[in-house]
Design a binder for this molecule. Structure first.
Ligand code: UGA
Ligand code: MN
Length: 244
């Protein structure tokens, strides 16, 4: 199947470094269609050039976060949801351009700052409806993961550092959904109305139940994606005429 990876991205000094890492991971994986959605009024040359260099199959979109929703505060408690309009734009593109039943694939929300093993994509390729797996370095734990009953192979709950009783206590990096389901459930989108930490749960609830989740990565015992967050560099000087 084709894996449609939806990546929201926005300008900051580390953007090119982040997108270089992500694009070069994707270059190692077959059957990728990368959907890059800039949080900007118009497409930037930085992203345009990076996409061209990548030689990947890419759809380049823009969807600007409304100024009042923009993350201003560094305090995590005050932060709004991130990536909402960008992911929705990616979903809209899939629904407008692909045909249910004809186009086959899996949809994965791939933030620009996480670290992805190529092994993850072997797992994503196994997804029939909705697959889930551990995510490293998130929620105050070395990893969060769906708890799998070894006898039945079903998900019974979640090991999560934060609200483990959510319907799906899974980070955005910890699941993928079949394209068929994405094209079928056209009401499923992200929203600022969703409570903090509930975006994944509310979105996944359109498609599946805990009991129906397909646990991957060796019954959710292996970590193939890490919720890394790049430190904001202190830039004290800008060298002119140098593309960094
Ligand atoms: C966590 C989750 O892992 C994200 O999937 C979730 O969107 C986010 O919380 C949230 O608060 O909603 P976190 O590392 O805190 O992740 O978020 P970021 O990585 O900063 O942002 C998620 C994505 O949105 C990234 O791809 C980032 O480039 C993009 N983003 C962020 C924008 O497009 N615009 C922004 O102003 C900020
Ligand atoms: Mn992040």
């Amino acid at each position: 199947p084709i894996v449609y990876c939806i990546t929201p991205t926005y300008w900051r000094y580390v953007q090119k470094a982040e997108l270089t890492r992500i694009s070069q991971t994707l270059q190692l994986v077959p059957n990728i269609h990368w959907i890059v959605v800039e949080d900007a009024a118009e497409k930037s040359d930085l992203v345009r050039n990076l996409i061209e260099d990548s030689r990947l199959i890419v759809t380049h979109l823009v969807a600007q976060t409304a100024p009042y929703e923009k993350v201003k505060d560094k305090n995590p408690k005050a932060r709004r949801h991130r990536g909402v309009e960008q992911r929705n734009a990616g979903l809209r593109w899939l629904r407008d351009n692909l045909v249910a039943g004809k186009d086959k694939g899996v949809v994965y929300f791939m933030d620009d700052d996480n670290t992805y093993s190529v092994k993850l994509f072997d797992e994503i390729a196994k997804v029939k409806r909705v697959g889930a797996w551990p995510v490293g370095l998130v929620g105050g734990l070395n990893a969060e993961f769906p708890i799998v009953d070894k006898a039945t192979g079903k998900v019974t709950g979640y090991k999560s550092g934060w609200l483990p009783n959510r319907p799906f206590a899974i980070d955005m990096a910890g699941f993928a959904i079949s394209l068929d389901l994405i094209l079928e459930k056209t009401d499923a989108n992200f929203s600022y109305q969703m409570a903090k930490g509930m975006q994944e749960s509310e979105f996944l609830s359109y498609f599946t139940t805990k009991e129906e989740l397909e646990p991957l990565a060796d019954q959710c015992t292996k970590v193939y994606v890490w919720h890394t967050r790049t430190e904001t560099p202190k830039i004290n000087g800008i060298i002119p005429n140098l593309e960094v």
